[in-house]
Design a protein around this ligand. Structure first.
Ligand SMILES: [Zn+2]
Length: 388
């Protein structure tokens, strides 16, 4: 009998699993309570404080916060074997002033950040609570971590600090992303990000007509990047996510900039794309009056474990045991990039079905939440080697 089937037949585990549907209302309320606390990347402090105080009530050990506001708590195992780390990112893409009002319609919960990643953080807290209720400790320590800086320009700083701090020999990282139930991310794609800034002398729109404009050049740069074709396999992408620049309507712009995000499943394909973009930049910068700088602002390393890795197999078995018959094995850029890039097994899993992530009209379908939690509990128990 496989590990997951064994676990589902353990009476103590069964008791916990059978009660999962009863926790649904509590679970959703907890996710909403977390969602109501603004937590833009680099300003996660208040949400971190909330999570820390919840963890402190559960009877875990080593509950603390580091200087970046990553929150840690440990459930001691029965042996000194390397630990399992379960984590969820605290931060959201939404600015502090965003209207976080929640609207509920049956199984649906609408609210910015509800699935990504308030639900992940709530799942982390509920998992910790259920593990304590279970009574019998697994063989391995489990660290529960709510980390900062997964989104935007955070560049996975939070997870880098977590992996630096915790055991280098950790047996597994289980990363929670609220809205992606049914998906298993086990391949971390490489991401490189740049701020490209154009500077010219500028001038008067009439008096200096013909002088180089940073805004006009930025437009040409964007159009040229937009013409670049990238391979479908290995999957490769680019996005100009933000532009800024200029002074006023009757000034030739002296300054303009953009933020660029480039991704690939393959480091070589990513390097090819970046070389093409660099070529476009060099073309535009030929005039001595034009300065273009390409400043790296993000570098997420690639790494992966394959489909046959025991952790992927366990995660897939846990998903199947929770009733999921269509499992998506995926590549992506998540907190799992950091452990995977350092050779530590990691998977990123979901808890329910989220929609419109990173948009103000984000919403969550909570129907599969008990299944999502069942999957997480079984996977964590298996990874931490729970035995009767
Ligand atoms: Zn997320």
């Amino acid at each position: 009998m496989d590990t997951i089937t064994n676990l589902t037949q353990d009476p103590a585990v069964q008791t916990i699993l059978n009660r999962l549907p009863d926790h649904l209302a509590y679970f959703i309320d907890l996710a909403i309570a977390i969602q109501q606390i603004p937590a833009p990347t680099f300003a996660e402090g208040e949400r971190a404080q909330f999570v820390q105080s919840r963890l402190q009530t559960l009877g875990l050990v080593d509950v603390y916060r580091d200087e970046m506001f990553n929150v840690y708590a440990r459930l001691p195992g029965q042996t000194g074997a390397p630990p399992v780390i379960v984590s969820a990112h605290l931060d959201t893409v939404f600015a502090a002033a965003t209207d976080l009002t929640v609207r509920r319609e049956g199984h649906l919960v609408y609210g910015p950040g509800i699935g990504d990643n308030s639900l992940g953080v709530a799942g982390l807290l509920l998992l910790a609570e259920l593990m304590v209720q279970l009574g019998t400790r697994p063989q391995r320590d489990i660290w529960f971590v709510a980390n900062v800086c997964e989104e935007g320009l955070g560049d996975l700083r939070g997870m880098r600090a977590v992996v630096d701090r915790l055991d280098r020999n950790a047996t597994a990282y289980i990363i929670l992303e609220g809205g992606v139930y049914g998906h298993l991310f086990h391949k971390a794609i490489a991401v490189k990000r740049y701020r490209i800034e154009i500077n010219t002398p500028g001038g008067h729109s009439w008096g200096n007509f013909g002088a180089p404009s940073a805004v006009h050049l930025l437009g040409r740069l964007i159009a040229a990047i937009d013409q670049i074709t990238v391979p479908e396999k290995p999957r490769t992408s680019y996005n100009i996510g933000k532009i800024e620049g200029g002074t006023t309507v009757n000034s030739i712009a002296a300054q303009a900039s953009l933020l660029l995000d480039c991704r690939s499943e393959d480091n070589g394909a990513l390097a090819d794309l970046l070389a093409q973009i660099q070529g476009v930049v060099n073309q535009l910068a030929r005039s001595s009056e034009v300065q273009i700088t390409m400043l790296p602002i993000g570098d997420r390393p690639a790494g992966q474990i394959n489909e046959n890795h025991p952790l992927v197999q366990l995660a897939a078995a846990a998903l199947r045991a929770s009733g999921c018959d269509h499992i998506h094995l995926n590549s992506g850029s998540t907190d799992a990039n950091i452990p995977l890039s350092r050779g530590i097994p990691a998977v990123c899993v979901g808890l329910a079905q989220g929609h419109n992530a990173h948009r103000l009209d984000e919403y969550l379908d909570t129907t599969l939440l008990p299944a999502g939690m069942k999957q997480l509990l079984l996977l964590t128990l298996a990874a931490a080697e729970y035995k009767r």
